[in-house]
Design a protein around this ligand. Structure first.
Ligand code: PA5
Length: 326
């Protein structure tokens, strides 16, 4: 019997994405929020991950540059010409709260994206607009809530320009539940054969945010350690360490587009891994492909946990770390 987290990824993501996008579009930020020359997304873990995707989308489709901060401080250049999203699912992450306070003091146009918590109440006290996002069983499972809220808001401000058809296609893909379950099941079979070796998730440079997200999902939900490699960069350094081992396993995120498919194939041949698995990313454009990879990451990591008698929701090490820094 699939657990709550798996069911949420499977059954709720499409609806969560659609409502979050609509909420983002109608957030009602004042016109001054459109008069910026940079966007900064501050957030940690499952919340900060949404920023990686937005930064990649602005580089690819066009818009103002988007920077991601996964730390407790915003850069000194953040000021009145910057739009800053402070993103924390719980609203209680120290690093993100500190970023919000600093960005506010530096005069940035600030928005809090959260379920509430300390960030929500601080923002309300200081007159900072808050995008309250929908419920999810864990911050990482709230990825569509966080990502599509910011996407809708950036598009409505004219700061990010995406073809509407790609946004629609990305959400429609999340309705292909049977295909996604089959894909996740196959991947979990393979993961079971390579656990314990050096697992690397390899993506072409524009799809790297999905590899990083895959790594985090496998760690938090499946308790599996892996790393994320970006091609072509990984072909200039880490490839040497990979090729020198007998237990290297590659999970290749293939966007099924040239030149990337050929380059990824060449990279794998040069590594000569003990085992490899190619996940073909569904969809026509970059956004749908990124979303497909992200969805399969969530489904396969929770399914892996369940098949191995692990609790995908339990993250004791993160809790211990948070106690240290809070
Ligand atoms: O998914 C998780 O549980 C974590 O990666 C959290 O996202 C991370 O600890 C930050 O917490 P929050 O998203 O509530 O700011």
């Amino acid at each position: 019997m699939p657990g709550r987290l798996y069911r949420f990824y499977l059954d709720e993501w499409a609806g969560a994405a659609r409502s979050a996008y609509a909420a983002g579009v109608s957030l009602g930020l004042s016109p001054g929020y459109a008069c910026v020359d940079t966007v900064v997304v501050c957030g940690m873990g499952g919340s900060g991950a949404a920023g990686d995707y937005l930064a990649q989308l602005s580089a690819h489709y066009g818009g103002v540059p988007i920077y991601v901060v996964k730390a407790a401080s915003v850069p000194g250049w953040v000021g009145s010409k910057s739009l800053v999203y402070a993103v924390s699912f719980s609203g209680n992450t120290r690093e993100t709260l500190e970023c919000a306070v600093k960005a506010y003091r530096q005069g940035a146009k600030l928005v809090a994206v959260t379920r509430g918590g300390l960030l929500g109440s601080w923002a309300k006290r200081h007159g900072v607009p808050v995008a309250f996002i929908g419920e999810a069983p864990a911050p990482r499972a709230g990825w569509p809530n966080l990502f599509y809220t910011m996407l809708g808001s950036l598009e409505s401000l004219g700061l990010l320009r995406l073809p509407r058809s790609e946004v629609e296609e990305s959400i429609e893909l999340l309705g292909l539940r049977e295909d996604a379950e089959t894909e996740a099941g196959r991947l979990v079979d393979w993961l079971g054969t390579v656990a314990g070796g050096w697992l690397s998730i390899v993506a072409a440079e524009p799809y790297y945010p999905a590899a990083v997200r895959f790594r985090s999902e496998l760690a938090e939900n499946a308790k599996l350690a892996s790393d994320a490699s970006q091609v072509p960069e990984a072909g200039h350094n880490i490839i040497v360490g990979m090729a020198g081992r007998r237990d290297t396993a590659l999970l290749i995120l293939d966007p099924v587009e040239e030149p990337w498919t050929t380059i990824l194939k060449g990279f794998a041949e040069a590594v000569g891994p003990a085992s490899s698995y190619t996940l073909r990313l569904r969809g026509k454009g970059m956004l749908p492909k990124l979303v497909w990879a992200t969805w399969i990451a969530g489904l396969s990591s929770t399914l892996y946990a369940e098949r191995h008698g692990l609790d995908p929701e339990a993250i004791p090490a993160i809790k211990a770390f948070r106690r240290l820094v809070e």
